[in-house]
Design a protein around this ligand. Structure first.
Ligand code: NAP
Length: 280
């Protein structure tokens, strides 16, 4: 059963210049959404918006154009400007996707306070603050009978703490807890929340790590395709899912075994941590 029709929905997507965010903007365009893309790399955003507008011209010529805003989502001015631009251009906002994020792979013991703050600023505080800024517009959307949604892109390492992803995973675990609390608090207002916890996905993520000092020696697994992740996110939004682990069998398995057999995963994680450390 379709709970939400994305056709005609007005969306703001952060971290849209590459990877999952880029593919999601294109998937939303195919489903008839209007999008405002936010990231720091203008050249990539321009190419993306041209592609999205080609889709629009072919399939939804009467809908508003796709556009972008360049900026750092950690800046409150940028966040306010992004929400104001979306509301002005589209006359409202129905979908906020908090996707911008970055990781770091190193032991918790080696993680400086500065790096921990940087990761929490981008992965936790920015979605927290951007959502607060967007809430009046989202509530307004609900009051007009639409079905507004906030999509928070977390990570499977926020579902289960994993060696070398300790502080990054903690920032995503905080985002997951926030999303669950918000879903309950805002249920009566009509604003819904979807948690997305991807596993390893073939994007620029591993080239943009803030620190790269080792990886857990996990069983080999193929990275997910960001297009498949984007399709699963859009479909989950339409059917009203609350949380998904998209497009990765190994991540889904990690989520399942962590919940039902935590001691088994404790052993796996202990082995990965010591093996990787020994081989450094
Ligand atoms: N790839 C994976 O294996 C994986 C697994 C689990 C979860 N995730 C999560 O998925 C989300 C998307 O990541 P991805 O895999 O698609 O990686 P990606 O290709 O590196 O994309 C990250 C996006 O975030 C943007 N971004 C980073 N810092 C920003 C800032 N300060 N302000 C505005 N935009 C910023 C980047 O654009 P600019 O550099 O142009 O600003 C880029 O568009 C992230 O939240 C990530 O934590 C990824």
């Amino acid at each position: 059963m379709v709970k939400r029709n994305l056709r005609g929905a007005r969306a703001l997507v952060t971290g849209a210049s590459s990877g999952i965010g880029r593919e999601l903007v294109l998937e939303l365009a195919r489903r008839g959404c209007s999008t405002l893309s936010l990231a720091r790399t203008e050249e990539e955003l321009r190419k993306l918006v041209d592609e999205a507008n080609e889709i629009r011209a072919r399939a939804f010529p009467d809908s508003p154009e796709h556009f972008y805003i360049v900026g750092d989502v950690c800046s409150s001015d940028v966040r306010e400007q992004a929400v104001a631009d979306a509301v002005e251009r589209f006359e409202g906002l129905d979908l906020l996707v908090n996707n911008a994020g970055a990781g770091a792979t190193l032991l918790v013991e080696e993680t400086s306070d500065e790096l921990a703050c940087e990761l929490f600023d981008l992965n936790f505080f920015s979605p927290l603050e951007l959502t607060k800024t967007a809430l009046p517009a989202l509530k307004e959307s609900a009051s007009k009978g639409r079905r507004p949604l906030v999509v928070n892109v977390a990570s499977i390492v926020g579902v289960r703490g994993t060696p070398y992803y300790g502080v990054y995973g903690a920032s995503k675990a905080a985002l997951i807890a926030l999303t669950d609390a918000w879903r309950a608090e805002l249920c009566a207002s009509g604003v819904d929340f979807l948690t997305v916890a991807p596993g390893t996905t073939a994007t620029r993520f591993f080239h943009s790590l803030r620190e790269d000092k080792g990886r857990p020696n996990l069983p080999k697994h193929a990275p997910a395709d960001p297009k498949a992740v984007a399709v699963e996110i859009a479909s989950a939004a339409e059917r009203g899912a609350k949380r998904i682990v998209p497009a990765s069998k190994s991540a889904k398995a990690l989520g399942f075994f962590s919940r039902h057999f935590p001691a088994l995963i404790d052993d796996l994680m202990k082995n990965c941590a010591s093996e990787t450390k020994a081989s450094r």
